[in-house]
Design a protein around this ligand. Structure first.
Ligand code: SF4
Length: 718
């Protein structure tokens, strides 16, 4: 039972880790510690938290923090640092043009941070060289949505996963990577045992604990698998001809492309037994309420966008989209990958889901900002951006809230590129990361618990992150740092006094009146004022005038309500292509290559987050997996003379990593899994990013981090 004074100090905020976007109650205590609990009123988690969220209070210490600006490693004041950033960017632009500078951002940043950085780069510098580590997370889903729907719209909600009679989880280890969504599905299945779960993953992951069927798919077999499903649906007469006829185009072409995917061909391409394929196809065919969830295992692929469209094709063909318990559902990895998409934080997008390639959209944004220019062509996507740095084409680079020297593929090449770049700015909360080592100017940013702003989760729900700790040292919010540099560069329109003012401008731009918004209309959240922004409840977009009232209702009413109104898209068509119809996409699997010696797969473990700058501070979290590992099958281990816990070397043409062997029967033979988290600080030889190849999807630009071809051998120091 909480004391009244403790309740009075309680702050409602949002977890800074994964894209589930759980509500958190943070209670600062007189002894300096912070109590953490799940927010029972937040519609993403209804009070649940996972191990990472529960341990948030253990990761708030100031050790490791960057507290003062530095230039060349020497402490300086903010004015000196900001002047140096502004004048150096100006000089590069004056001498080499606007495309000689770039920003590389993070799905950890808040929407307000993203908005100001995007406005500065696209509307005032005049380049679209602003990309984000979210490119590594969900860019293939964005591209797939736009091809199919005409807009980057996630049709469903988390409650669909509870209402479905069949949940297909493909390329998604929810139990470890999105644990609260997993808990919600598991709880629903516990009360409705007839609900079926299918897990499609090369590994038998923790998610398989609730699976009725596990399909151990070969890397990149997804296009063949879902083309085979489309064909099967037609053969069984399970398509919805009315929906297809009234709301879609391209069905015949997609079906023709799927024609060759008979059961034997699918079995050969995926490595899945025919009996298991038939079981999956039959389940999908006869279960009306079906949701297909996908995340990095689908997105992080050289054919990621085609995989997304192969999945969406099956839902369009059956009309299972936008209705309760039905739809394709992309789950984002990071806490604000979705918010970044909303403000145009990707190099090929404009704010408010508008298109950089559409002259009318560019005109709307430029007019709204009153800016001197507007980027007219897409900028460099993440991998291209660092290749341009390496080639000497980027003269000034600003990295905010991310650690690309660990997380990018071919990570050592990224380090070399930064070393050669004439000017690198890093704004971060941590003083020493693998990336801050290359910074000419280091700027201390505010961290979770200190920042004020919003994030959007995987089901389009905008939630507030609220501060409950004072800003330490000289740390400042990222939006304020970008705005300060913009003003020093002589630009008007960056005179924000608070995060709420930035949000208000973002909401106004994103209204139907200003953006002609097709889907992402949050005009209903404009004009809230400081107290309205402060009290804003978790709100799913679109937020048009008609549903703005709950946001403005008295706080007591909002806090009493457990559920806000949920919006789904496309049950009755209404797609965002000019003709209002969805597009089937005729997809082909990637051309077959020489079989890799080993397929190297990377991903997350349950209790660490990204490069461990926060979760690495919790002894409790670190106890789950104390050191990095390479999970490989017993047959491979025996063949290579590797015993459990031996050191093994994982190598590709880019680099190598040395980690301990974890020999299991959960892995496909010929595959090895190495977690992405360990950096040079924690385990110098274990950076799997140095091994991962830079191959990427040709449509989305997302790197294929799940399928580097390489070798595994027992490591010997001799
Ligand atoms: Fe945070 Fe994700 Fe865990 Fe929720 S599921 S508490 S958002 S890490």
């Amino acid at each position: 039972m909480k004391h009244a004074e403790e309740t009075a100090r309680e702050v409602k905020t949002t977890c800074p880790y994964c894209g589930v976007g759980c509500g958190v109650l943070a209670t600062p205590r007189p002894d300096g510690s912070v109590g953490i609990a799940g927010d029972p009123d937040h519609p993403a988690n209804f009070g649940r938290l996972c191990s990472k969220g529960s341990a948030l209070g253990e990761t708030l210490g100031l050790e490791e923090r960057l507290l003062h600006p530095t230039i060349g490693g020497e402490r300086c004041d903010w004015d000196t640092a900001l002047d140096r950033v502004a004048t150096t960017f100006q000089a590069a632009i004056a001498e080499h043009g606007p495309h000689s500078v770039a920003f590389y951002l993070s799905g950890q940043l808040l929407t307000e941070d993203y908005y100001v950085a995007n406005k500065l780069m696209k509307g005032f510098i005049g380049s679209a060289n602003i990309d984000t580590n979210s490119r590594l997370c969900m860019a293939s889903s964005v591209a797939g949505h736009k091809r199919a729907f005409g807009s980057d719209t996630v049709p469903g909600t988390y409650s669909d996963l509870e209402e479905a009679d069949l949940v297909v989880l493909t390329g998604s280890n929810l139990a470890w990577c999105h644990p609260v969504v997993y808990q919600r599905i598991a709880a629903a299945k516990a009360v409705r045992p007839q609900m079926k779960i299918v897990v499609i993953d090369p590994r038998r992951t923790a998610t398989c604990e609730i699976a009725d069927l596990h399909l151990p798919i070969r890397a990149d077999g997804d296009v063949a698998l879902f083309c085979g499903l489309l064909r099967h649906l037609v053969e069984e007469g399970a398509t919805d001809e009315v929906y297809v006829g009234e709301h879609t185009t391209g069905f015949a072409e997609a079906l023709a492309a799927a024609e060759r995917w008979r059961l034997s061909a699918v079995a050969e391409a995926t490595g899945i037994a025919k009996s298991a394929l038939t079981a999956f196809y039959d389940l999908f065919t006869r279960t009306g309420k079906a949701v297909t969830v996908y995340s990095q295992g689908v997105n992080q692929s050289a054919s990621g966008t085609d995989k997304v469209n192969a999945i969406i094709n099956c839902h369009l063909a059956t009309g299972r989209i936008g209705r309760p318990g039905m739809g394709p559902f992309s789950i984002t990895g990071q806490p604000n990958a979705m918010g970044g998409r909303e403000v145009g934080g990707l190099s090929n997008m404009l704010a408010a889901h508008m298109s950089i390639e559409d002259a009318a959209d560019r005109e709307r944004v430029q007019a709204f900002w009153g800016s001197p220019t507007i980027a007219a062509t897409p900028g460099l996507k993440a991998v291209e951006l660092f290749e341009a740095v390496a080639a000497g084409r980027i003269k000034a680079l600003w990295i905010a809230g991310t650690n690309p020297v660990v997380s990018m593929p071919d990570a050592d090449a990224v380090g070399r590129a930064l070393a050669a770049c004439p000017f690198v700015v890093v704004s971060d909360v941590i003083a020493r990361t693998d990336t801050t080592a290359y910074a000419d100017v280091l700027l201390p940013a505010a961290a979770w618990g200190e920042k004020n702003g919003t994030v959007t989760n995987s089901e389009r729900r905008i939630s507030r992150q609220r501060p409950f700790l004072p800003l330490p040292g000289e740390a400042r919010p990222d939006w304020a740092i970008f705005a300060s540099v913009a003003r020093r560069m002589g630009f008007f329109g960056f005179e924000y006094g608070s995060a709420g003012e930035v949000f208000d401008e973002h909401a106004r731009l994103s209204s139907y009146e200003n953006a002609g918004s097709r889907d992402f209309d949050i005009g209903g959240l404009a004009g809230l004022g400081a107290s309205g922004y402060d009290l804003m409840a978790p709100t799913q977009w679109p937020v048009r005038g008609a549903v703005r009232d709950p946001v403005r209702a008295p706080a007591t009413d909002r806090q009493a309500g457990r559920h806000t109104q949920e919006t789904r898209f496309f049950a009755e068509g209404g797609y965002f292509h000019a003709d209002g119809r969805a597009r089937f996409v005729a997809v082909e699997p990637p051309a077959s290559k020489t079989a890799p010696l080993f397929t190297i797969n990377t991903g997350r473990v349950r209790d660490q987050w990204h490069t461990m700058t926060r979760t690495g501070l919790s002894a409790r979290l670190s106890a789950h997996m104390p050191e990095p590992f390479a999970e490989l099958h017993g047959e491979d281990a025996a063949r290579l003379g590797i015993a459990p816990a031996d050191l093994v070397e994982i190598a590709s043409s880019h680099g190598r990593a040395v980690v301990r062997a974890l020999v299991t029967d959960r892995q496909r033979p010929g595959n090895v899994f190495v977690p992405m988290h360990w950096t040079a600080r924690f385990a110098p030889s274990a950076r799997i990013g140095a091994v991962a190849h830079a191959e990427r999807d040709p449509v989305s630009g997302q790197p294929a981090l799940k399928s580097t071809s390489g070798t595994v051998r027992r490591f010997s120091a001799a």
